[in-house]
Write a protein that binds this ligand. Structure first.
Ligand code: B12
Length: 230
């Protein structure tokens, strides 16, 4: 997709509106369909549910109303010995793929400074990065997703090359929420606005020079604010 805000795309496979409407995008029914498809290890069905939801609603709606409940159901309550681990991994890989379809098809508008999105050193939880990148595409903002497990020095090196307006760093658990990495990045002056997201930064909220955001919409707003800064 080119520049400008993202518009809902045609339903995959050109399926009849009535059949696609049975998914009721934006409702908990989609979350249940997603969780059931994951438990059945049915990757086609997982992708279909996700693609229809993402085509009909903004990413934030699909993320919060469909994907997060399904992740909580699969990742939180299913005994891993009963196949839950494979279901969780399949759900994650399909979710990454579907969200990537949204952001990878979007070209950064000419004149927009770079925005970097990555996970902290040791961090393998990357779904929020894809959710943010897709939401930024919805808002007409392009970004580079640097992915999982990025040491502070590597983030700084990327920032030195690209001189982004903002760098978003995700930490899911305290094991990867090292305040020194955030502080070093902010102090380098290379990263523009440093935005920290995820539960892992809970113990690192003070004196890092980073802005902490608690929700997807807040992360999008923080990036927008960074881009609006002269
Ligand atoms: C998917 C998943 C994985 C996948 C990740 C795949 C991927 N590509 O991302 C894999 C299998 C790799 C994985 C690995 C591990 N995981 Co894991 N994982 C999960 C799971 C199911 C979902 C995580 C997720 O993406 N949640 C979505 C996030 C965003 O939800 P949230 O944190 O609730 O979000 C809150 C806010 O952050 C905010 N928010 C929501 N969305 C967004 C988006 C943005 C941009 C922002 C700013 C905010 C925001 O709102 C929410 C409410 O406040 C959770 C359990 C669960 N139900 O959450 C466990 C969980 C996070 N994992 C856990 C663990 C222990 C691990 C492993 C250590 C397991 C192991 N023994 O190997 C490893 C660690 C790997 C590593 N080094 O990072 C624990 C963490 C416990 C802790 N507090 O430390 C959890 C909670 C499971 C559990 N109950 O024990 N995991």
């Amino acid at each position: 997709m080119g520049q400008g805000t993202r518009v809902p795309r045609p339903r995959p496979g050109g399926e009849p509106a009535a059949a696609a409407g049975a998914f009721l995008p934006g409702t908990r029914l989609d979350a249940r369909r997603l969780a059931h498809a994951a438990m059945a290890l049915d990757d086609r069905q997982i992708l279909t549910v996700l693609r229809v939801c993402l085509a009909c609603d903004e990413t934030q709606v699909t993320w919060e109303d469909v994907i997060l409940p399904a992740l909580a159901a699969i990742g939180g309550h299913t005994p891993r010995a009963c196949g839950g681990l494979a279901a969780e991994h399949l759900l994650c890989s399909c979710t990454s793929a579907a969200l990537t379809e949204v952001w990878a098809g979007f070209t950064r508008p000419g004149g927009q400074p770079p925005v970097l999105v990555c996970a902290a050193a040791g961090e393998q939880h990357t779904l929020p990065l894809h959710a943010l990148a897709a939401s930024l595409a919805d808002a007409g903002i392009g970004c580079s997703v640097l992915g999982a497990d990025l040491p502070g020095a590597a983030i700084q090196a990327a920032a030195a090359r690209l001189r982004p307006a903002a760098v978003f760093v995700w930490s899911q658990t305290p094991a990867t929420g090292d305040p020194a990495a955030l502080a070093g990045l902010a102090a380098s002056g290379l990263a523009g606005r440093v935005i920290a997201g995820g539960r892992g930064w809970r113990s690192a909220r003070e004196a890092t020079g980073a802005e902490h955001v608690g929700a997807l919409a807040d992360a999008v707003s923080a990036v927008q604010a960074a881009l609006a800064r002269p």
